[in-house]
Design a protein around this ligand. Structure first.
Ligand SMILES: NC(=O)c1ccc[n+]([C@@H]2O[C@H](COP(=O)([O-])OP(=O)(O)OC[C@H]3O[C@@H](n4cnc5c(N)ncnc54)[C@H](O)[C@@H]3O)[C@@H](O)[C@H]2O)c1
Length: 267
């Protein structure tokens, strides 16, 4: 069964589907609370059923390529993930901009970094109907990896741009480009550690830029084919209930920080 309804309905619909013995494909964010997510995972596990959360971007050729580059150490040690996801609307009635747009980046970060954040800070403001419509989310991961996500329903233009920096290479992923979505830059800095802090010498490297060839395929089609394969072969999906739960936990931490004017929330 596919649950493609507003977030507040996800839990009840998915629960009744699972209790009727159905595998569930469910929209992001998985549930409105982590407690609901845990309950659905437990029901699915008890009944040998598959939950797949629609973290669509994990099935895009762009994200697959970036993951491959990270796995092959092409970017080197990761420094940061910085994403801007903004457009005019669409205003949701049941969730704020964090719960609407940030799940995409949180799922991507979870997939690319492969670690849970140690701390989260979120700030934002509601301008119109009491729901935050502009928000900035910062996540601190182990090994000094930092992620920043800018989500906004009040932008005059649509922007879907992510910059990822590593100590070997850096890349810019513009999802609105039809060709050359990803540009990889052989740019970076090298610090001469022999120097003392005052005389710190930073050497800049500015090499080639190139755009890797990406496969042309529809993410949703790939994802749904994978859903069927997972069910038929009892494979645990990369975007299973636990992946959905991790994203919901990050959203809850961000929401708590947002309510407390950007107070750091430790995981
Ligand atoms: N993965 C993505 O890229 C992506 C993009 C947009 C929206 N979404 C997600 O999709 C879901 C739906 O978003 P939307 O903007 O289409 O919402 P929506 O408000 O347009 O609702 C979608 C449909 O759900 C139906 N519906 C509402 N309550 C229901 C209920 N209790 N039982 C059965 N049907 C019900 C509505 O009639 C409507 O047809 C949300 O979870 C949203 O976060 C995901």
């Amino acid at each position: 069964m596919a649950v493609i309804t507003p977030v507040w309905t996800h839990f009840d619909l998915a629960k009744s589907a699972l209790l009727s013995g159905k595998h569930v494909f469910i929209e992001k964010p998985f549930t409105a609370t982590s407690q609901q997510a845990e309950e659905l995972i437990e029901i699915a596990e008890k009944n040998g059923l598959t939950i797949m959360v629609d973290h669509t971007f994990l099935f895009t050729p762009a994200v697959r390529k970036i993951r491959e580059m990270i796995d092959q150490q092409e970017l080197g040690q990761l420094y940061y993930y910085d994403s801007t996801r903004m457009n005019l609307g669409l205003f949701q009635r049941d969730v704020n901009v964090l719960w609407d747009l940030a799940p995409h980046d949180l799922a991507i970060v979870d997939y690319l970094i492969g670690a849970e954040p140690e701390a989260i800070v979120a700030t934002g403001t509601p301008h119109l109907n009491g729901l935050t419509d502009v928000a900035y989310l910062t996540m601190y991961f182990p090994d000094k990896v930092i992620a920043h996500i800018n989500v906004n329903w009040l932008s005059p233009v649509k922007i879907r741009t992510t910059v990822i920096g590593g100590d070997k290479k850096m890349l810019v992923w513009n999802d609105l480009e039809s060709d050359e979505k990803i540009k990889v830059y052989d740019r970076g800095v090298h610090v001469d550690t022999q120097q003392d802090e005052y005389n710190l010498r930073v050497n800049y490297r500015s090499g080639d830029m190139w755009s890797p060839k990406l496969e042309v395929r529809k993410a949703l089609k790939t994802e749904l084919t994978y859903f069927v394969e997972c069910i038929q072969n009892s494979i645990r999906p990369i975007n299973d209930g636990y992946a959905g739960l991790r994203v919901v936990r990050m959203l809850e931490a961000a929401e708590e920080s947002l309510k407390n004017k950007g107070e750091t929330v430790y995981a």
